[in-house]
Design a protein around this ligand. Structure first.
Ligand SMILES: NC(=O)c1ccc[n+]([C@@H]2O[C@H](COP(=O)([O-])OP(=O)(O)OC[C@H]3O[C@@H](n4cnc5c(N)ncnc54)[C@H](OP(=O)(O)O)[C@@H]3O)[C@@H](O)[C@H]2O)c1
Length: 320
């Protein structure tokens, strides 16, 4: 059976997910229908999802070993540069969909297999290492801002927890859209970097100079009360994650008195990814990258993500 190099979960380790990571050889990814194609991966990027998988969240033992990675850019069978949309129709999953590396092998490999409909052309002027940042964290931020958050109706936006992949994406995108952007971070160094992205950085919980029309929430329990307090009348608070706890105390009086909308969201559609790719290519906007490492250093990339000390995406260059 043909084999390829890949980074995969070989077991689960809740306490030390890095110990469950193996870099080695795996079989070529299978096709699950006539419409499936194999893409040669040229760049990928890491997400917290990969660490959750190593901890055993969202995977069952019988699915091991599972190749990790949700994000990729690559070359299709006809030789065209493409970006891979990572959400796959999955009738056996209660959600009816799954993200690469949940039911089907992921992108941290020489090759990945997906339905042909999941391939989007790589826009001219966008490097594969940039495009590989967009399909998960940046797509999530794009949908939070546009479809769910109706950012075109907003003048001011608050992004909680500035260092994360979704948060840095939201800051960069909202700034590029010409909005006044505020961002919280516990870390002084991250607050300095936020300012470079075009936002006003504040400490968590700090009173803002104005109430905002849209809040981007991925932190959860630690920041949710501040999100409610910072919201202008009829503001949207859009939630796509809860890194610091998913059961915040919610002041309902503030929700109804201020007529707030609290909206959940997950990932995005292929059309939204296409719009995001076009926006980045046309505006010359490049994803915030913590670092780019060659595939031979993929273990270091995981150590970096696990340290929690990242600012932007950790990218893997498969061509280096
Ligand atoms: N639904 C989706 O489609 C989707 C897609 C991608 C990600 N997500 C989710 O979105 C969340 C964010 O993921 P991410 O990878 O972008 O970022 P992340 O690394 O999980 O963290 C985001 C930020 O949260 C802040 N934070 C973490 N722990 C905190 C605490 N105890 N108190 C206060 N702030 C804290 C940190 O900000 P500072 O250090 O700057 O304070 C950190 O930079 C995750 O829960 C992830 O699962 C969801």
């Amino acid at each position: 059976m043909p084999i390829m190099r890949a980074a995969f979960a070989s077991r689960f380790d809740d306490a030390n997910p890095l110990a469950a990571l193996t870099v080695g050889e795996r079989p070529e990814p299978a096709h699950h229908g006539d419409d499936w194609v194999t893409v040669q991966v040229t760049a990928s990027s890491l997400n917290h999802h990969d660490l959750w998988s190593l901890r055993g969240v969202g995977l069952r033992a019988e699915q091991l070993p599972m190749i990790l990675g949700c994000d990729a850019a690559g070359i299709d069978p006809e030789g065209n540069p493409v970006v891979v949309y990572p959400v796959i129709p999955t009738p056996s999953d209660p959600r009816r969909i799954s993200i690469l590396s949940e039911h089907f092998p992921g992108t941290l490999a020489e090759r990945v297999a997906v339905p042909r409909a999941n391939l989007l052309p790589l826009p001219a002027g966008l490097a594969a290492t940039d495009a590989a940042c967009l399909p998960t964290a940046w797509l999530t931020a794009w949908r939070m801002l546009t479809t769910r958050g109706r950012v075109d109706e907003a003048a001011a936006v608050l992004v909680q927890g500035a260092g994360g992949g979704v948060a840095t994406a939201a800051i960069a995108l909202a700034s590029a859209m010409g909005k006044r952007v505020y961002a919280t971070s516990r870390d002084a160094a991250k607050r300095e970097r936020v300012a470079v992205l075009g936002a006003t950085a504040v400490e968590p919980g700090a009173r803002l100079p104005e109430r905002v029309d849209l809040v981007i929430e991925t932190v959860g329990a630690a920041t949710f009360d501040h999100s409610l307090k910072s919201a202008a009348p009829e503001a949207r608070i859009v939630v796509s994650g809860a890194t610091a706890g998913h059961e915040p105390k919610v002041n309902l009086r503030r929700v109804f008195a201020m007529q707030l909308e609290i909206l959940g969201t997950s990932m995005g559609t292929p059309d939204e990814l296409a719009a995001l790719l076009t926006f980045c290519a046309e505006r010359g906007l490049r994803p915030v990258q913590d670092r780019v490492v060659p595939f031979t250093a993929v273990e270091e990339a995981f150590v970096r993500l696990h340290s929690g000390d990242v600012f932007g995406k950790v990218v893997v260059d498969h061509a280096a």
